[in-house]
Design a protein around this ligand. Structure first.
Ligand SMILES: *Cc1c(COP(=O)(O)O)cnc(C)c1O
Length: 401
């Protein structure tokens, strides 16, 4: 396995899984424990309270599930819907595509609203479909907040407004896997019924925990939803919540301790500061891409993502070669282009526990790789422009003021 070794640190800039802070690694470095002892329910109780803050909800009910983002999707869908239910779902990239595939395979009648990859969800079509649906056959609107494949962020407040404009009772289900804890996210204010994320994205934990948060309306819907589910059944969780033991089956206690440490770090920095930092690093990245003379895959500024930037390469370059070389030569991990944009874009993930100088290291690496593959770049052009911006905007570290 010596191919994994290299001097120094790997620069991990894929848009998930992301860097795990040392404090989290240390918190997880422990023996197994009896999860029926009083310690784990006590820990779980604080986590269930505190995790609501990252969703910005006071009325939601969170579930910490041993799964990935994909399982969190399934939990959201099967607990609130019945086979044959009509959903509206937006196809704008690989993750929204996979969620739609899951909805179809679970037996829902999916009304797919497709846009070019690089564009956001077409909300005009949503409005016309809701307007036409006076019989309320649409049971849920499903949307990926941040499409990780293209670096496109959808506007959830606008979706809420459209639902309200037509007084439509459809459930509002949101994949926040690459947004929650990194982008502005307001579950209660935006009337989101189920929001979900995965541990290995902005929370900067290892993979393996899905976090799903249900509104009172979603919990009500779960009482009559007929989709088959066993492992993901919220009723089992709720029963154990009432008993105060919290777990219907064995939790990953390592991830629970890790989540405690991850939340502590986020609250110490301040969630709003975390969100501002993501905006700063993303802006610096976009400034560098401009300076290189390359294009962002995202077609309009209003959709620019603060967690991932998909960079379009000229036709004579295979973006996969950029990713391969970055890893082999510079110990830099970049994201591949997926599906329709394979070979055409590479992705810089700038989410999770990350700082300005780490990002500049990544940008310097990208410049060298671009030169390696024959792109006429002036070394330092992007790094210079990005660092000029960061030098102006980086605040003093909150805990060191
Ligand atoms: C990563 C990701 C997923 C899938 O999560 P897994 O943990 O790989 O199952 C789903 N949606 C979005 C937006 C993602 O970025």
């Amino acid at each position: 396995m010596d191919y994994v070794n290299g001097p120094g640190r790997n620069h991990l800039f894929v848009p998930g899984p992301v860097n795990i802070p040392d404090q989290v690694i240390r918190a997880m470095n422990r023996n197994n424990e009896d999860y029926r002892s009083p310690a784990i329910p006590a820990l779980t109780k604080t986590l269930l309270e505190d995790v609501k803050k990252i969703f910005k909800t006071t009325t939601g009910t969170p579930f910490l599930i041993p799964t990935t983002g994909t399982g969190a999707w399934e939990s959201a869908l099967t607990n609130t819907l019945s086979p044959g239910d009509r959903t509206i779902s937006f196809l704008i990239g690989q993750f929204s595509l996979l969620w739609i595939d899951q909805q179809q395979r679970l037996g829902f009648d999916v009304d797919v609203v497709e846009s070019d990859w690089g564009q956001g969800a077409n909300l005009d079509i949503l409005a016309s479909k809701l307007a036409a649906d006076t019989a309320h056959t649409i049971k849920a609107v499903c949307i990926v907040h941040n499409e990780t494949a293209t670096g496109v962020t959808n506007h959830l407040a606008k979706v809420r407004k459209i639902l309200d404009d037509y007084r439509h009772p459809a459930l509002f289900l949101v994949d926040g896997v690459s947004s929650i804890c990194a982008l502005d996210f307001r579950m209660d204010e935006w009337g989101i019924d189920v929001a979900l994320t995965g541990s290995q994205k902005a929370l900067s934990l290892p993979t393996g925990m899905g976090i799903v948060c249900a509104s009172p309306k979603a919990l009500e819907a779960s009482k009559t939803a007929k989709s088959v589910k066993v492992f993901f059944d919220w009723k089992d969780y709720l029963k154990f919540y009432r008993m105060g033991t919290y777990w219907p089956y064995t939790p990953s206690i390592h991830l629970l301790y890790g989540l405690r440490a991850a939340l502590d770090l986020i609250f110490e920095e301040g969630l709003d500061n975390v969100i501002a930092r993501h905006n700063r690093l993303a802006t610096a990245t976009r400034i560098a891409v401009d300076a290189w003379g390359l294009k962002n895959c995202t077609q309009k500024e209003e959709w620019f993502s603060d967690t991932v930037t998909a960079v379009v390469v000229p036709q004579y370059i295979d973006s996969s070669e950029i990713v391969r070389r970055a890893w082999k030569r510079y110990n830099l991990s970049l994201g591949l282009g997926l599906n329709k944009v394979a070979g055409k874009v590479f992705r810089i993930g700038h989410l999770g526990n990350l700082n300005e100088l780490q990002l500049l290291g990544c940008l310097a690496g990208v410049e060298m790789v671009l030169k390696d593959v024959g792109y006429p770049i002036k070394l330092g052009s992007g790094v210079g422009a990005a660092s000029a911006y960061l030098q102006n905007t980086t605040p003093v570290i909150a805990s060191r003021i």
